[in-house]
Design a binder for this molecule. Structure first.
Ligand code: SER
Length: 633
């Protein structure tokens, strides 16, 4: 079956069961400071899983564009991609396990026609430490469902992910895993921050009987083995817990279902072919690349990166050195290098990037716009423009970078970062072209080096000044225009004043959770358990305007991080600050109004900010409030 047919059938199947179709959200999350990209269908729905009423009701279905940068190193085999489509259905406090598991099973076996003998399932083993029980209800449901198909489904106690490859299948069909069968945006129960929702999940795996187990991945195969014999095709999350401040779990106000299944993977299963790059969404893209190049891994990388880039560009991302833009730059540059290698094999005889490589990528872009025609609005001219611009920019520095790589004897994290900083040669490219010289270089070491060089404001969530492509960091200012930069700077200082005013009016339990500043407004998220009263909002606004009227000077001091934290200055607890930081003070000899760790930029005197107005106060997620405020001139 083709992906378009599977997508259509999935949506229809759940619409017939009372679900309302909702559109795919952008790959760049709206109003979610915890993550750079939309990596699953549930991310845009968090607040509804927590209890807010969704305007479309309690049963939703969609196909969501998703991007997972963390999978970038896996790309190149026959089943990993950074971009994918996730089919999803949700119950917002409506149905639960008894409906979800039978429906998904029916969809797979009746609608798609998968052989139930090739399906294996996993369930949550329980977490006694955190008081979350083993999911026996799901086990009973699965046993019944398989029995109806004439299959005796035995459950096997592998308990830890570690044991599994030593014990193997043991004739089982239902397997218990611990952290692998728990879903939250932050991962396992222990990794979740307070106020994060999560729950046990049950995954379905498809067995590719022809793909033999590879002992490289462990002695015996099992559903979660990475050898490719099994592939996960769907995950039903029973989102019913939330982590408390003290680290234990309590029940959410409602029991939710969050199902997600990779469209490309389900399509591969329906074809009984483990190579996902043979499906209708990917094979045509592979086929426009030069046939003379027989390196399939390379082709998978180019095709994956081209598709991901195209979708990111369409959702407004542009190459840069920060945040989403940095990821896009890495995808674009790496595929350029890979396409060049596809034509020339190496950089031995040349040190400029071939325009043929650029043409190959444009051919893939063209194919992508054909393949997704009528499904997602993609702008081919825009993608080509952004790509060409980046190609030219990269080509200008590449020659010197390559020369440097040739000159170096060994490339460790420090030299690798220098190559990136001076020549825009990214980690992946170094690994791709430097061969043995970069053998010991790891992503972890590179990322650490990268972080070390980021200014304080990049590290905290303060770093993310959304909208309009405005990214402001100390030492490097980027803005749509000088005018916009000025407004954002005024709003940035106003945000410090707002943070201080919140502490004055609501007390010190207020804790910053995020901020996002555009030329139109500032948005500030903070921990506080209830809605603010009109009187509190007025008082907070008055405090900010008081500080503005006072025309306080804004000054900073640099000091060691420990000392800054001890000084009582406000800081964002999730921020990874460098060892030396700046502490910005707003105030004079008589009165210190605000002290906060930050990278700037700020106005010199608060009078420059102008009148400040809180426009909205609302819930952002459980226990987190959000204020939007703007300047009147
Ligand atoms: N949130 C779950 C996942 O990403 C199911 O949608 O797997």
């Amino acid at each position: 079956m083709e992906s378009s047919e599977i997508r259509k059938r999935f949506l229809k199947f759940f619409e017939e069961r009372g679900h309302t179709l909702i559109p795919s959200a952008s790959l760049v999350p709206e109003g979610d400071v915890t993550t750079l990209f939309t990596g699953s269908g549930m991310q845009p729905l968090i607040k509804y899983l927590l209890g807010e009423k969704h305007p479309k009701g309690v049963r939703l279905v969609n196909s969501q564009k998703s991007f997972r940068a963390e999978d970038i190193d896996e790309v190149g085999d026959n089943r990993h991609t950074t971009f994918f489509e996730m089919l999803g259905n949700w119950s917002l406090g409506d149905y639960f396990k008894q409906e979800q598991l039978p429906w998904f099973f029916e969809f797979l076996t009746e609608e798609i026609g998968l052989d139930p003998n090739k399906l294996y399932v996993t369930v949550f083993a329980g977490d006694p430490e955190n008081n979350v029980p083993r999911d026996m209800e799901s086990v009973e449901i699965w046993k019944r469902l398989f029995k109806e198909k004439g299959i005796e489904a035995k459950d096997v106690e592998l308990i830890t992910e570690k044991n599994a490859s030593e014990l193997g299948m043991q004739g089982g069909r239902i397997f218990y895993y611990s952290t692998k069968n728990w879903w939250s945006r932050a991962g396992a129960p222990a990794q979740m921050p307070p106020h994060e929702p999560g729950g046990p999940d049950s995954e379905v795996f498809f067995e590719f009987t022809d793909a033999r187990h590879d002992e490289k991945f462990g002695k015996y195969c099992h559903p979660n083995c990475d050898c490719g014999h099994f592939m996960e095709i769907g995950n039903s999350v029973f989102m019913e817990y939330i982590k408390k401040e003290d680290g234990t779990f309590e029940n959410l106000a409602q029991q939710n279902v969050d199902f997600g299944g990779g469209l490309e993977r389900i399509t591969a299963a329906s074809r009984n072919d483990p190579d996902m790059f043979n499906i209708d969404l990917l094979k045509p893209l592979i086929s426009v690349l030069p046939t003379a190049d027989t390196d399939q891994r390379r082709k998978c990388i180019i095709v994956d990166h081209a598709r991901a880039s195209f979708f990111l560009i369409s959702d407004g991302v542009r190459p840069s050195n920060k945040h989403q833009g940095y990821i896009l730059r890495r995808l674009l540059r790496r595929m350029i290098v890979q396409a060049h290698l596809g034509s020339f094999g190496s950089f031995a005889g040349t040190d400029t990037l071939s325009t043929g490589a650029a043409e190959d990528i444009k051919a893939v872009f063209r194919k992508i716009s054909e393949v997704y025609q009528g499904i997602y609005p993609l702008n081919l001219n825009l993608a080509n423009e952004v790509f060409t611009d980046e190609f030219n920019r990269f080509n200008r520095v590449f020659r010197d970078g390559l020369r440097e790589i040739k000159r170096l004897e060994k490339i460790d994290a420090v030299t690798a970062f220098k190559l990136y900083e001076s020549f825009g040669i990214t980690y992946e490219i170094i690994k791709d072209v430097a061969g043995a010289k970069a053998e010991t270089l790891t992503r972890n070491a590179f990322d650490k080096e990268f972080e070390k060089h980021q200014e304080i404001s990049r590290a905290g969530i303060e770093k993310k000044f959304g909208g309009h492509g405005l990214v402001l960091d100390t030492g490097e200012l980027k803005a749509g225009s000088k005018e916009e930069l000025k407004i954002v700077t005024r709003l940035h200082t106003a945000t410090h004043l707002l943070n201080a005013a919140l502490h004055k009016v609501l007390g010190d339990s207020v804790e910053q959770r995020g901020s996002d500043i555009t030329a139109e407004r500032t948005r500030f998220d903070f921990l506080f358990p209830r809605k603010l009263t009109a009187d509190e909002i007025r008082k907070i606004e008055d405090w900010v305007n008081y500080a503005i009227d006072k025309n306080f000077p804004v000054a900073f001091e640099e000091m060691p991080l420990d000392e800054a934290k001890r000084s009582g200055a406000l800081f964002f607890y999730k921020g990874h600050y460098p060892e030396r930081v700046k502490v910005y003070t707003v105030g004079n000899a008589d009165e210190v109004f605000s002290r906060e760790l930050c990278g700037g930029p700020h106005v010199a005197h608060t009078g420059e900010i102008g009148p400040f107005k809180i426009e909205k106060e609302e819930s952002s997620s459980a226990g987190v409030r959000r204020i939007r405020a703007a300047l009147s001139s």
